[in-house]
Design a protein around this ligand. Structure first.
Ligand code: IPM
Ligand code: MG
Length: 359
């Protein structure tokens, strides 16, 4: 079977890291005999420049006709002043919506070899942490009704959630917890927001009826933001709304000290997912071979695992990455303070390819 992969490299460092991940997948296919077909599609600022829209129909059709999508990053200061409906971010939001990707998995774990990159106090970092944020991705305030009054001096955005939307993402979180340490923390603002009260009720009903074996607790989002820094080892799986998940996942990733290492998966009902590094387009380092390709490479591993059920191949990529890190190889973003012998993005990719071929 040949897996059809839509590549949406996007802007900034998106193309560099996406094509590094493609090279890794090619090496995987040589080693294990699986076969991939790659087709590239424009989205984001580059699509706006070329076609006048951030998400051309051709890209939507191409993604829908693929078994999975690999996205780099979209956006950059160049497009900061374009009208709201043309912003590069619209491409990302549009793809999530049309592909029905209502669940976003964002793992954040401390890599033992990189404990010194962790920004937490050493005694907290020493406890280690490995958490999975399950973020709702196609609802809430991102997609709710918004607008301005006629005078333009009052604006509103609305947070709306239905039981169906909450249940389907919560189910993903409970399922993930069963394969991990059996603990879900649902994060909301139920002391203020009605939508959060419905969120909390719904998650509890589902937990009691379908997942009595999973430990479930709630946390208010402000407290959660604090606990992620105070004691991230408390968390196993976090489930939360679109906006809270957006904010907390940036926080959790930075707490690991290495946002350049973190991958993500966006999933819906079918096996087709969209996989992307958590970091953005980083226009300041684009084209300088400074970008760390690891997050994109680990995103490709997630694709093999979640969309194609190729666990052995995914394991091999993850092992190659942890091996190069254990060997002490560091790109600029993860070097120790004062470290001089850091390597370029392309060298990191080559080192990973080398491990993959030899392991
Ligand atoms: C993310 C990003 C996006 C989001 C932006 C680029 C629209 O911050 O994937 O977390 O807010 O979802
Ligand atoms: Mg974000």
């Amino acid at each position: 079977m040949t897996y059809k992969i839509a590549l949406v490299p996007g802007d900034g460092i998106g193309p560099e890291v996406t094509f590094a991940a493609v090279d890794v997948l090619k090496a995987v296919s040589e080693k294990f005999g699986c076969s991939f077909e790659f087709n590239e599609y424009p989205a984001g600022g580059c699509a706006l420049d070329k076609y006048g829209v951030p998400l051309p129909q051709e890209t939507i059709d191409g993604c829908l006709a693929s078994d999975s999508v690999m996205l780099g990053a979209v956006g950059g200061p160049k497009w900061d002043s374009v009208p709201a409906d043309k912003r590069p971010e619209k491409a990302l939001l549009g793809l999530r919506k049309v592909l029905g990707l209502y669940t976003n998995l964002r793992p954040a774990a401390i890599q033992p070899a990189l404990a010194d990159a962790c920004v937490l106090r050493p005694d907290i970092a020493a406890r280690g942490f490995d958490l999975m944020i399950v973020r709702e991705l196609t609802g809430g305030i991102y997609f709710g009704e918004r607008g301005r009054n006629e005078a333009g001096d009052v604006a509103y955005d609305t947070e709306t959630y239905s039981v169906m939307e909450i249940e389907r993402v919560a189910r993903r979180a409970f399922d993930a917890a069963r394969k991990r340490r059996g603990h879900v923390t649902s994060i909301d603002k139920a002391n203020v927001l009605e939508s959060s009260r419905l969120w909390r009720e719904t998650v509890h009903r589902l937990g009691e009826t379908e997942y009595p074996d999973v430990r479930l607790d709630d946390m208010l989002v402000d407290n959660a933001a604090m606990q992620i820094i105070r004691d991230p080892s408390f968390f196993d799986v976090i489930v939360t709304s679109n906006m809270f998940g957006d904010i907390l996942s940036d926080e959790a990733s930075q707490v690991t000290g290495s946002i350049g290492l973190l991958a993500s998966a966006s999933l819906g009902e079918s096996s087709r997912g969209m996989y992307e590094p958590i970091h953005g387009s980083a226009p300041d380092i684009s084209g300088k071979d400074l970008a760390n390709p690891i997050a994109a490479i680990l995103s490709a591993a997630m694709m093999l695992r979640y969309s194609f059920d190729l666990a052995e191949e995914a394991d091999a990529i993850e092992k190659a990455v942890s091996d190069v890190l254990s060997d002490g190889l560091r790109t600029a973003d993860i070097k120790s303070p004062g470290q001089e012998d850091w390597i370029k993005g392309s060298e990191m990719k080559e080192a990973i390819l080398d491990k993959l071929r030899r392991n």
